[in-house]
Design a binder for this molecule. Structure first.
Ligand code: PM9
Length: 458
């Protein structure tokens, strides 16, 4: 059998992509202030900025778009989505939102009071921003291994139960409304959480009356790693593993733009009647009626169908193996990447790639800009720029991980595209000593990575 599984789909529609000259690439990145978020899509050759909303939908999903029930209230597509989430994930209630952060906003507002603490397995940008806006302090309780890019560990996303217990002892359980468990952990490199850890977190949380809320954004990728790595799960289907995973959660926020295989959409899933009532009161303010929550009927139908497709074993096996193919090529050439290879992306370790650039000269930001300038491949900084500033002290957060993410959209690119990306990264690695640092010349007050601008240090 081939080491890397070929695409389990045929290509029916194609979208041409731009071929740019070196001069055009250099001009575009300068105009974008060395921020790959500010590039125009038309100037990008292979777009690995994100796997969020960039999925190629199936013929079945597009067919579903045609039966969108666009009634203002009680759309049939909402009931299909609700039934699908109940069946596949096992939650009682579903509140649709326009995307993941809509669900994060509602969850934070209904659960958090000022002065609370929310522990989690490493921060995520929008998740932490909503927790902080609601008055909470985020506390990272992921295992130490997650902060070391070179340490191989099968479940680097796990919660350290001692850190969780220490927080409970320090601030008191009554100031911890919930623990946020991301499956997988994006900023650690797409690293999974084991079923055993989920079970133990739930036990400890239950003992202290603390709720467990999953960030379910990449739950199918997490389920695949459990199938591959955790004893006793080799004979279980992806759907069975997902069901068990969510049995250890009281609720979940979901960015449907990732593992639900759609271009827009999300939801908040809950089991508790009272929390659900509160969520429906807020969703009408921020998103729309509880039966559409900011989405068109056709979007809910596409998401319901995407959820069912996502649990197909061959879909997820191909996805993970395509990413591994790229990662192994880079490893063979000695390029420093986060280990083990995660579920949605390859993460370049910018500290090791560009050791001569200090962290406050934004090495990962510059690495992403240089990769684009060389090849037209767009990636994303996930280091000090993404981490932002401590709102109390105004200082930069200095995360241990200073990374560039090559994020693979679902069902969009082929192995040949992965070859092009690998060649470009390897070429850049060979001339890494010539790359200077950056200074920030514009900084917005929140989520600065989206719109900040930079210039090379002379
Ligand atoms: N993730 C990503 O590229 C898109 C925005 S970049 C800030 O990785 C997790 C784990 C995510 C995520 C988005 C969201 C928010 C929540 N949790 O983008 O609002 O990776 O649908 O989801 C992005 P929405």
């Amino acid at each position: 059998m081939a080491k890397f599984m070929a695409e389990p789909f045929k290509i029916k529609v194609v979208e041409p992509i731009a071929m740019k000259t070196q001069e055009q690439l250099a001009a575009a990145i300068e105009e974008a202030g060395y921020n790959t978020f500010l590039l125009k899509s038309k100037d990008v050759y292979i777009d690995l900025l994100t796997d969020s909303g960039t999925t190629a939908m199936s013929d079945n999903q597009w067919a579903g778009m045609m039966i969108g029930d666009e009634a203002y209230a009680g759309s049939g597509n909402f009931y299909n989505l609700e039934k699908t989430v109940q069946e596949i994930y096992g939650f009682k209630y579903v509140v649709p939102t326009h995307q993941g952060r809509g669900a994060e906003n509602i969850l934070s507002k209904i659960c958090i009071k000022p002065g609370d603490y929310v522990p989690g397995n490493m921060y995520f940008t929008t998740t932490r921003a909503h927790q902080e806006l609601a008055g909470a302090t985020f506390e990272d309780v992921i295992i130490d291994e997650a902060h070391d890019s070179q340490l191989d560990h099968p479940f680097k996303g796990n919660i350290d139960l001692n850190k969780f217990q220490a927080l409970i002892d320090r601030v008191g359980a009554e100031r911890i409304p919930y623990i946020c468990l991301a499956v997988t952990v994006n900023l650690a490199g797409g690293q999974p959480v084991s079923i055993q850890n989920m079970r133990e977190v739930k036990q400890l949380a239950d003992k202290h009356g603390i709720k467990v809320m999953f960030d379910a954004t990449r739950c199918v990728e997490n389920a695949f790693f459990i199938h591959e790595r955790e004893e006793g799960y080799q004979d279980k289907s992806i759907a069975e593993i997902l069901k068990e995973m969510f049995s250890y959660a009281d609720g979940a926020t979901m960015s449907g733009k990732k593992d639900c295989l759609v271009n827009i959409g999300g939801f908040l899933a809950l089991n508790d009647d009272d929390l659900y009532q509160k969520a429906t009161q807020l969703v009408v303010l921020y998103e729309g009626m509880p039966s559409y929550g900011g989405l068109a009927g056709r979007d809910m139908e596409a998401m319901a169908r995407g959820i069912r497709e996502s649990v197909d074993y061959y879909y997820i096996k191909h996805r993970i193996e395509q990413i591994r193919y790229l990662g192994e090529k880079l490893e063979e050439a000695g390029v420093p990447i986060v280990k083990p290879i995660g579920g949605h992306a390859i993460f370049l370790d910018a500290r090791q790639f560009l050791p001569h650039i200090p962290q406050d000269q934004f090495p990962a930001q510059m690495l992403a800009a240089q990769l684009y300038k060389l090849s037209g491949v767009r990636s994303m900084e996930r280091g000090i720029v993404s981490a932002g500033r401590n709102s109390q002290t105004g200082e930069h957060y200095f995360p241990k991980l200073e990374l560039v993410r090559l994020t693979i959209p679902r069902r969009v690119y082929t192995y040949a595209h992965m070859d092009v990306v690998a060649e470009a990264v390897i070429e850049l690695y060979k001339k890494r000593d010539t790359i200077p640092g950056l200074k920030m010349v514009y900084e917005p007050p929140v989520l600065r990575f989206f719109t900040a601008r930079f210039e090379p240090v002379k």
